[in-house]
Design a binder for this molecule. Structure first.
Ligand code: MEV
Length: 421
């Protein structure tokens, strides 16, 4: 396949080349054309089209006393329903309280094969003020806005590595570019001034001095179901969260559930979900064992949930400024700052986790999942909105739920003329 200098070709030539090489047909080209936007080309290289991922809103969120309608971008059917349900469960206890630390991101200048780590640490400490100044001079505009490099930390690591960690207040931005610019300037300075070479200079996604914490306190009585008392449900949620503390296999899934909600908001607001993911999972192993990120306990008749997450996100910067969907997300959320955004993200993670644990320890998650799965299958085989309710009911009764059965159900209903108006 000859795709040499693909990135240099204009859009039409790129498309023609792919068409010729891959034998794309008219329908394929229509998919590409339908998704194409002007902005895509400004954001990534080799741009073809936008990939559609559904966006919806979760409701019932009361965060720090304010109602929030939360935009979420996700391809997983049950995520928004679960977030809304989890949020509703917190209402009996006054919703969710959330707080943030300073927006201090961290970047590292990593030095390898350091023969005398103590000596290097001393030198770095002695040059602290100069290093901070070099970093800040590399990005003066953030300093004008009250941010910039604030402090250093030196870590002597195994295998003769030394990491010079620089904590940078990136204000409203996630600040990846700003941080990397500052770090590279510091690396050059260390080379010239201390004759110390560095292996790399780059931000760390484990931003553990940029955290957000959400808590909720739900009266256990409000958790009662037809089959279980509120106390039973609360106790089972506590034990489920304990399982994620002791078993990394369970913790991975527990945290995946949290990230279902977190990533959906991170994406809706135009942020970097890989950064969020890596930060969260690294934070989950902070004491050496991978654990569930949330904690649930019962005290004074209340189920108390807490979730803390690193927050490498921004309210401005990156592609957020040119992403009209991200701007719209800010309107939905009625927020004007990154800290408010952080409180929403961590709250959604907590609500999502609550909904998952509640379902898992009571009726299981499959009933809700299969309902939505039935809907997806029926839509994929051409069911209309009017046909859906009846068809969903029928499909859910079938022993096997797949596209063939969905087609069969639809055919039978259409033959019988049974559609729900
Ligand atoms: C599914 O996407 C997420 C869950 O598996 C989370 C969990 O098990 O806690 C339901």
């Amino acid at each position: 396949m000859d795709l040499n200098h693909f990135y240099k070709k204009n859009y039409g030539d790129r498309l023609a080349l792919l068409k010729a090489q891959l034998g794309l047909n008219e329908a394929d080209l229509e998919v590409i054309a339908n998704g194409r936007t002007e902005k895509g080309n400004q954001i990534i290289e080799n741009y073809l089209t936008d990939f559609p991922v559904p966006e919806g809103v979760a409701v019932n969120f009361l965060i720090n006393g304010k109602e929030k309608i939360v935009p979420m971008v996700t391809e997983e059917p049950s995520v928004i329903a679960a977030a809304s349900h989890g949020a509703k469960m917190t209402l009996a206890g006054g919703g969710i309280q959330a707080r943030t630390t300073d927006h201090l991101m961290m970047g590292q200048v990593l030095m390898a094969n350091v023969e005398d780590a103590d000596e290097l640490s001393t030198q770095l400490n002695q040059n602290e003020a100069a290093i901070l100044k070099v970093a800040n001079d590399a990005h003066p505009s953030i300093v004008k806005r009250g941010g910039g490099a604030k402090k250093l930390r030196i870590r002597k690591l195994a295998h003769q590595f030394v990491s010079l960690d620089i904590f940078i207040d990136t204000k409203e931005a996630m600040g990846a570019n700003m941080i990397n610019t500052m770090l590279e300037a510091v690396a050059t300075y260390l080379h010239i001034k201390l004759h110390q070479t560095s292996l790399m200079a780059v931000l760390s996604n484990l931003s553990d001095e940029c955290l957000a914490t959400a808590t909720c306190q739900i009266p256990v009585a409000s958790l009662a179901t037809k089959k279980l008392s509120g106390e039973d449900v609360a106790d089972r949620i506590v034990i489920a969260s304990l399982a994620a503390q002791v078993d990394p296999y369970r913790a991975a899934t527990h945290n995946k559930g949290i990230m279902n909600g977190v990533d959906a908001v991170v994406m809706a607001t135009g942020n970097d979900w890989r950064s969020m993911e890596s930060g969260a999972h690294a934070y989950a192993v902070k004491d050496g064992q991978y654990r569930g990120l949330s904690d649930w306990k019962v005290s004074d008749g209340k189920l108390i949930g807490t979730l803390t997450l690193p927050m490498p996100v921004g309210f401005v910067g990156g592609s957020i400024n040119i992403n009209s969907s991200a701007q719209l997300a800010h309107k939905f959320l009625q927020i004007t700052s990154v800290k408010e955004l952080e409180t929403v993200i961590v709250s959604v993670g907590l609500a999502q986790n609550l909904a998952a644990l509640n379902a898992l320890v009571s009726e299981g998650i499959q009933r809700g999942h299969m309902h939505l799965q039935a809907k997806s299958l029926l839509l994929s085989v051409g069911a209309t909105d009017t046909e859906l309710p009846n068809a969903q009911l029928q499909l859910e009764k079938c022993p096997v739920m797949d596209a063939n059965t969905a087609k069969q159900v639809l055919k039978t209903l259409r033959n019988k003329g049974e559609i729900n108006e």
